[in-house]
Each structure stands twice: as C-alpha cells, then as structure tokens.
Design a protein around this ligand. Structure first.
Ligand SMILES: Cc1ncc(COP(=O)(O)O)c(C=O)c1O
Length: 425
C-alpha cells in the first residue's frame, strides 16, 4: 500500500467515507469485545483443571504437613522443581503466594521502609528515581508511583531498553535506584533482551550502591514464535561482583491460573537472607497446599515445558490474526508501526503522533475495549500519544477478528483526520 500521507485530499475523503460506513456497520452490531488486559482465555485455564484434584495427601516429601503453619520460603520439592525449570539454585528461591506482583510490591516497599544491606531506606532520601523502559507494564509503574518515586521513561529498542540512555542516567546520579525489566517477551512489545543488553545491565557502573534491577521474567516460558532465551543475568552480574543488584521474579499466572498460581522471587544469598528476615515477620508461611498441588500435577520441568508448548499452540493463531490483519490492512500505509513480537502475551502498536487516545476512544464507542492509551507509560502519560497495547489472549478467535477489523478502521479514520487537519493548519 502507498503512504497515506501522500494521498490527495480527495483520495483521503473517499477513504474516510468508505471506512466510516464500515465502522458504522460494525458499531451497529452491538459488539462487546475486550482486548484490554492480558488474561488467559477460559480454554487456556481449562488446560490446567487437572490441578484441582491432585491433593489426596497434604504431607510433603520431608514430612511437612502442608495444611499447617511454617516453611515461609516454600516446600523443598516446589523450590527444586522451579530450580530445575529456571536454572536458579533452589536455596536462592522463595516461593510466595498465588502470583508475583505482590512479591515485587513487598520487595519494593522494603527498600523504602528498611533499606537494603546497610543502605539508607529510600523513604529517608530527598529524591528517589526509577527507570521505566516504555512502553512497559502499567502495574510496575503503579508500584513506583504508589511510593512517590520519580519515574524516568527510557526508550525501548528491539534489543531491550536503550542502554546508552540507561548508562548515562545511572552513572552520575545516586538517586537513580533501579529499573523495571521484562527481559523475555516484554510487555507490550514482545521484545527479547539481547545478550549485550543483559550484560550491560548486570555490569554497568551505577552511582547508587543499592541500585536494584527488578527482573520480571513473567513470560519466561511463553514461546509463541520459536523458543527464544535470554542470558543468565545472575552469572553476568557475578562477574563484576554485582549479584546483589538483581531481584528476579517469576510466576505461573499464565501457565496455570492467575488466581491460584505460584509466585516466586530469587536473588543473591545476601538478598535472600535479608528478605527471609522480613518474611518471617510478615507471615508464618504462604499457601503450601497450592505448592504441593503444583508439584504433584506437573512433577517435572519437562512436563511444564510441554504444557507451555501446548499453550503456545493456542496463542499462535491469535497472534497471527492480529499480525496478519495489521499487515493486510495497515502495512505500508505509514499510519502505524509495530515490532513483531517473538512471544509473550501482547502486541505493541504505535500510531502517528497524537492519535493513540483517539483510536482507543473510537474503538470503545463501537464496543471494543483496548488498554487505555498511555497506560504503558509512567503516570499514564505517553508524551507522543502513539502507543497502544493489544492483548489478544482472552477473546475467542472470531471475536478477535472482529475487534481487529474495527481497530484497523479506527486507525484509518483517526489518521485521515490527523493528516487533513495538519494540511489545513
Ligand atoms: C510483565 C508482567 N509482570 C507481572 C504480571 C503479573 O504477574 P502475576 O500474575 O504473577 O502477579 C503481568 C501480568 O500481566 C505482566 O505482564
């Protein structure tokens, strides 16, 4: 297709008329489509229903009664299974409750309340800044925002955060205390951090001694288009003595059930010892029955990988619907750009400047809910108003096709108005 900005006014007005008609027809259908949040669809949840009936005995391998208090870092067999799955020593793993965001919030709040490894609590400092690769995960930014942290957006590239920007920011300013990272299949662009990005993050010189990387490997097993992997950040950090810099998080929310999965944190020996002290005050133990259910159902890391391969097979057609529609309807028009995600749960699309909010609003008016435009930036403010997150996992395939047809029409309609208004300005 040709670049639409080169079309004459007359061509654009003709397109506006035909797109407007198609939009009105879809709107009249009274659609109710939700592409706003990255939730597993009911059929993906059903794949793990076997988990529900696996607890004939509540006694773990070392005789712990999982119904009772105790073992705040998690049952040995559960830590071992995740150790095998993620390649992290089991002694450095803490198993939490049903999901990982709570663990991230806990770790973050402890930095504010207590400080870490002898450093001043962040609440006592005049200024605390956190790097937020954007577009990124809105709930990460919501945690930073809740503590009044100054959030600094960092450009995302196809290799991860722009490391020149990151290194410039951390080198001289000791109030820059950390960074949010989703290294494998980032939310929302599905970007895989390159080995070089991982190495630079792990080994860069930071002015803050208590700089922390919140390494959220939420989509570590969500391969959709081939198996990609990332470099081991713990190993890389250890080469320069920076292993305390890493807080690693993982969960099974999108492997089994977000409402009844398993959240996990891992870190260096010094960090884990410190976290265990805090945890022993906070709880007499997380839900061990849930841990036991998970281990009894999956048994081995290989079985989890097989299960994830089946989930990948279910996600792929949904990603293809979105990507094929973007390509066939908008490819070459210059109205949007997108990075082809390698996996994960989302697709990030960029409109022309100043169009994202209007596209989301127009889609909503016709019954398709997208993630709020701007949500993928700190404080919900996307300075160029271009970023839209598409979450294809929840709707059924036919609903997704309708939603994408509508989305492409909305992009066209909003962009035509933008081009025409710029010409008349
Ligand atoms: C990058 C990222 N991290 C964490 C989460 C939430 O994880 P959990 O369900 O383990 O709290 C999500 C959910 O969408 C996510 O996209």
């Amino acid at each position: 297709m040709d670049l639409w900005k080169n079309y004459s006014n007359e061509q654009l007005l003709n397109l506006k008329e035909s797109c407007g008609k198609a939009y009105a027809e879809l709107k009249a259908r009274g659609l109710k489509l939700d592409m706003s949040r990255g939730k597993p669809s009911p059929d993906i949840l059903d794949m793990s229903n076997g988990l529900l009936g696996t607890l004939s005995s509540p006694i773990s391998e070392d005789g712990t009664d999982a119904r009772n208090y105790g073992v705040p870092t998690g049952l040995a067999e559960c830590r071992r299974l995740f150790s095998e799955l993620l390649g992290i020593p089991e002694g450095l793993i803490i198993i939490g409750n049903n999901a990982s965001l709570e663990l991230m919030h806990n770790f973050y709040s402890r930095l504010y309340l207590f400080g870490t490894l002898g450093n001043e609590p962040w609440s006592k400092l005049n200024s605390v800044k956190f790097l937020c690769p954007s577009p990124g995960y809105d709930r990460h930014f919501a945690v930073s925002n809740a503590f009044g942290t100054e959030m600094i957006p960092v450009t995302m590239t196809e290799d991860g955060p722009d490391m020149d920007e990151v290194e410039d920011l951390v080198r001289e300013d000791d109030s820059v205390k950390g960074i949010w990272c989703v290294p494998l299949y980032s939310n929302p662009q599905g970007v895989v951090y390159s080995d070089e990005t991982v190495r630079r993050l792990a080994q860069m010189k930071t002015r803050a001694k208590d700089f922390r990387i919140f390494w959220d490997n939420a989509y570590g097993l969500h391969h959709v288009f081939g198996e990609n992997s990332i470099a081991d950040i713990f190993k890389s950090a250890a080469e320069t003595g920076n292993e305390d810099r890493i807080y690693y998080f993982f969960s099974t929310s999108k492997i089994t059930f977000p409402g009844g999965g398993i959240g996990l944190a891992a870190a260096s020996p010094a960090n884990i010892a410190e976290q265990c002290k805090h945890i022993s005050v906070q709880t007499i133990g997380y839900d061990k029955l849930n841990q036991l259910r998970f281990v009894r159902y999956f048994k081995t890391a290989e079985n989890i990988r097989r299960h994830m391969s089946a989930i990948g097979d279910m996600l792929r057609p949904k990603f293809e619907i979105v990507l094929n529609m973007l390509e066939s309807e908008l490819g070459g028009t210059g109205l949007v750009t997108w990075i082809r995600p390698k996996g994960g749960y989302f697709i990030g699309v960029d409109t022309m400047e100043g169009c994202a909010k209007a596209v989301v609003a127009l889609a909503k008016e016709a019954g398709a809910t997208l993630t709020n435009a701007g949500a993928t930036f700190p404080r919900g403010v996307d300075p160029k108003d271009t970023s839209i997150r598409i979450a294809p996992t929840y709707p059924a395939q036919d609903e997704l096709s309708s939603a994408m047809r509508l989305f492409c029409l909305c992009v066209k309609l909003v962009s035509i108005d933008k081009i025409l208004s710029e010409r008349s300005a």
